[in-house]
Design a protein around this ligand. Structure first.
Ligand code: PLP
Length: 394
């Protein structure tokens, strides 16, 4: 067998894709599968966004675009950032990439190497840890606790910083928990970070506007004191139901001290993917500047489903679920069922056709939990709860 570098043996996976593959295979065998596994909106991309991409193709936008993205797309991101955070960024600090993940990749390989430590949320998006391990850096999990409403704790995070810490990864609203970290906690964290000026920060804000119950998202961009070492990950995938378009953006430091990071990610783009396809970038402009009524309709639907899912889960024997404040995931505690989380997820898929993800797929501290994505119809969510109930009562 051809020998590859050891780093590839350390790459992990996103088990949501494996569950999706198994669920699809079971459905192909004729099983009635209800998929609460995958983290993507079940809505179609709004039509005016699709039309903008078609128009771009018809207008002849078929070639390469700048590695950092079209200026018009970066300017749209500037407008969107101003409206959601109140912060004015320069298009020269905005990078357009093929999805949210490439920013994660870029930021982690920029700071990760053997001997370095990178802090990341656990339970959290599995790619953080996977990419950290790929670089040879030491992954340091920051515990995300149910008793904290699945917000991160500033105190606990700061206590994990050592002289070897190079990067701190934050995510709010969060996958897989739906947790939203309150502003006061973020302020505390930023204050504490003043003493660690050589720690870079990657704030994954891809679910920024997906909050409920009047909860508002606090962007790390709102803290000028950390701006020169802050990378903000965002994108179109979730907000405008555009996961398959592969379109994301990130905002990079603007100071003389941090500006070289932007040049590095630009160079990485030149080496790896050249640029993002033009029609997606035109679609991205239409998404930001066009009507938001379909986004609002989607969020109202998510909110209704969220209540149904939480109520349903809390009625199950051995299950308890706090109400998530963001994203479109519920992360119920299943310790009272006596099941290990991954075994339960697997048994539910095989025996009842309900696809969901075991908490350990999001980190060591995910044991005792499962993740349900409520990107499915109210009717299917209710059917899934009924099936889980029948299974647990067996
Ligand atoms: N960050 C978080 C927290 C996510 O949940 C996801 C997708 O599930 C991503 C980033 C990646 O987004 P994209 O599909 O745009 O690469």
């Amino acid at each position: 067998m051809l020998q590859t570098i050891a780093a590839f043996d350390r790459l992990g996976e996103e088990n949501a894709f494996a569950v999706l593959a198994r669920a699809t295979a079971l459905a192909a065998e004729g099983k009635d599968v209800i998929n609460l596994g995958i983290g993507q909106p079940d809505f179609k991309t709004p039509q005016h966004i699709v039309e903008a991409a078609i128009k771009a193709l018809r207008d002849g936008h078929h070639g390469y675009t700048p590695a950092t993205g079209l200026l018009a797309t970066r300017e749209a991101v500037v407008r969107r950032t101003l409206s959601t955070t109140g912060v004015e960024v320069s298009p020269d600090n905005v990078m357009i990439l093929p999805g949210g993940k490439p920013t994660m990749y870029a930021a982690i390989i920029m700071f990760g190497e053997p001997g370095a430590e990178i802090l990341y949320p656990d339970p959290g998006f599995p790619i953080y840890r996977s990419m950290i391990e790929f670089t040879g850096a030491t992954p340091v999990p920051v515990p995300i606790r149910e008793e904290n409403g699945f917000a991160f704790s500033a105190e606990e995070t700061l206590a994990l910083i050592t002289p070897r810490t190079r990067l701190l990864i934050l995510n709010s609203p969060a996958n897989p928990t739906g947790g939203v970290t309150p502003r006061a906690e973020i302020e505390k964290l930023v204050k504490g970070l003043e003493a660690h000026s050589d720690v870079a920060i990657l704030s994954d804000e891809i679910y920024d506007v997906m909050t409920y119950d009047g909860e508002t998202h606090t962007s790390l961009l709102q803290f000028p004191e950390i701006r020169e070492r802050l990378i903000v990950l965002n994108g179109w995938s979730k907000t405008w139901a555009m996961t398959g378009w592969r379109l994301g953006w990130s905002i990079w430091p603007n100071s003389r001290e941090g500006a070289h990071l932007y040049d590095k990610v630009r160079k990485l783009a030149v080496n790896c993917w050249s640029c993002v396809n033009a029609p997606s970038q035109f679609a991205g402009i239409a998404a930001i500047d066009g009507p938001q009524d379909e986004v609002e309709r989607m969020m109202r639907a998510f909110d209704r489903r969220r209540r149904i899912v939480v109520e349903g889960l809390n009625s199950l024997p051995g299950v308890s679920c706090i109400t998530p404040k963001g994203a479109f995931y519920a992360f119920p505690n299943i310790t009272g069922t006596g099941w290990k989380a991954k075994q339960l997820a697997s048994a539910l898929l095989e025996e009842t056709g309900v696809a969901l993800i075991g908490g350990p797929d999001f980190g060591i501290l995910g044991e005792g939990y499962i993740r349900l994505s409520y990107a499915n119809s109210e009717e299917n969510i209710l059917r899934a709860i009924e099936r889980i109930e029948a299974f647990l009562k067996k």
